[in-house]
Design a protein around this ligand. Structure first.
Ligand SMILES: [Zn+2]
Ligand SMILES: [Zn+2]
Length: 138
């Protein structure tokens, strides 16, 4: 297992997570767009047990949204700088962490993209990622 570290924009909230290899995905659903303030959410998943907040847990604030699936999602952001850091889907024992919060800037090609109809035509995502997303109904 590798250790990956990251945090919010102001540096008050810090986390560590453990995984062999990070796999990122793009989701352009309305909820992910609104929560990120951008064109899509870009995140990787790790098991909840393999994620820990090492600093600033008192500054982390959650709010709840509802995914298209109808499942609730808790989204955690830093209340000092407003950075979205991770989300916890109610239905699964995982956390979904924003790729951009990693300390080490990684060139993680997304494995799949869902809600592709919301992705602007000028944004060229890798073919593999588009196709895998379509297989998954996105
Ligand atoms: Zn912060
Ligand atoms: Zn989404």
């Amino acid at each position: 297992m590798n250790t990956y570290r990251g945090g919010c924009a102001c540096g008050a909230v810090r986390y560590e997570c453990y995984k062999d290899e990070l796999k990122a995905a793009v989701c352009a659903c309305e909820d992910c767009r609104n929560a990120s303030g951008s064109l899509f959410g870009y995140a990787f998943g790790v098991q909840s047990d393999d994620f820990k907040i090492v600093q600033g847990s008192d500054l982390l604030k959650p709010y709840e949204t509802r995914a298209d699936s109808g499942n609730s999602v808790q989204r955690f952001f830093c209340s000092n700088c407003g950075s979205p850091v991770y989300a916890k889907p109610g239905a699964y024992p995982i956390v979904s962490i924003r790729v951009v919060t990693l300390d080490e800037k990684m060139d993680l090609e997304p494995v799949f993209a869902i809600y592709q109809k919301n992705i602007p035509h000028w944004l060229g995502l890798p073919t593999r990622c588009i196709e895998k997303g379509k297989e998954m109904g996105g």
